[in-house]
Design a protein around this ligand. Structure first.
Ligand SMILES: Nc1nc2c(ncn2[C@@H]2O[C@H](COP(=O)(O)OP(=O)(O)O)[C@@H](O)[C@H]2O)c(=O)[nH]1
Ligand SMILES: [Mg+2]
Length: 223
């Protein structure tokens, strides 16, 4: 019985995600869903990413947290439009659902932007299950979280089109096996690119920026 209810929730979400996808396509906006566990560095990566993309792409961000507007305040420094969603109004949901994205997108002038980035709620499980109408998904894993997280939380890594291995500036101080982490990701999702970088120092960020620009360009060329 419980499984049936969950299935219904996901079916409704899929329908609403389809509506979002049509709307974003009509407005010619590329949508990236950025996910990770709390604290892996999504906001820090976006702070850097928005600055790097600014000359080429007009960006906006929807950022989700259970409470606070801390991340929206950090990201607004870039000058990009930012909408903060707090899920404590919806019972503290651990993910952003399609209808929440639809409402948040009403506060953004979609005609005026090329790329909408959604920083999802920090969680390696639930956000992977909820389509929000995005074009691409990326997951951030930081080197302080353990090498085997892709094996323990395979759904997240399976549904993503790219992964970021963040906080590489900390590697000299840790007993962390980068090869093992990348290996686990490869087992779960063999074709997925993995970008090793430090969002803090910016080292290694260029291939990530290049990948993101390429995704937007590819969608534009498809019309
Ligand atoms: N050393 C280091 N710290 C980082 C890096 N990226 C993020 N952090 C720190 O990790 C903490 C969580 O980062 P935040 O961007 O808020 O993560 P989020 O919860 O995924 O959005 C903050 O204290 C950041 O300064 C990084 O590349 N290197
Ligand atoms: Mg954040």
């Amino acid at each position: 019985m419980e499984i049936k209810v969950v299935r219904n929730v996901l079916d409704v979400n899929k329908t609403l995600a389809g509506r979002n996808r049509d709307r974003f396509s009509q407005e010619k906006v590329f949508v990236l869903n950025l996910m990770s566990s709390p604290g892996s560095g999504k906001t820090t990566l976006l702070e850097k990413t928005l600055v790097q993309l600014a000359p080429d792409l007009k960006c906006a961000v929807i950022v989700g947290d259970v409470c606070t507007s801390n991340d929206a305040d950090r990201l607004a420094v870039s000058g990009a439009p930012v909408v903060q969603v707090n899920t404590d109004q919806f019972g503290g949901d651990c993910h952003l659902a399609a209808h929440v994205i639809a409402a948040a997108a009403d506060d953004i002038d979609l005609e005026d932007i090329d790329l909408l980035i959604v920083e999802n709620i920090g969680n390696l499980v639930c956000p992977a299950e909820f389509d929000i109408g995005e074009d691409a998904r990326a997951v951030v894993l930081s080197v302080t979280e353990g090498e085997d997280k892709p094996a323990k939380y395979p759904v997240m890594f399976r549904v993503c089109d790219a992964a970021i291995l963040n906080k590489t500036d900390l590697l000299p101080y840790l007993d962390y096996d980068v090869g093992a982490a990348v290996g686990y990701m490869g087992q779960v999702h063999p074709e997925m690119p993995v970008f090793q970088l430090s969002a803090k120092t910016g080292e290694g960020i260029d291939p990530w920026i290049g990948w993101l620009k390429e995704q937007v360009t590819r969608k534009r060329s498809r019309g």
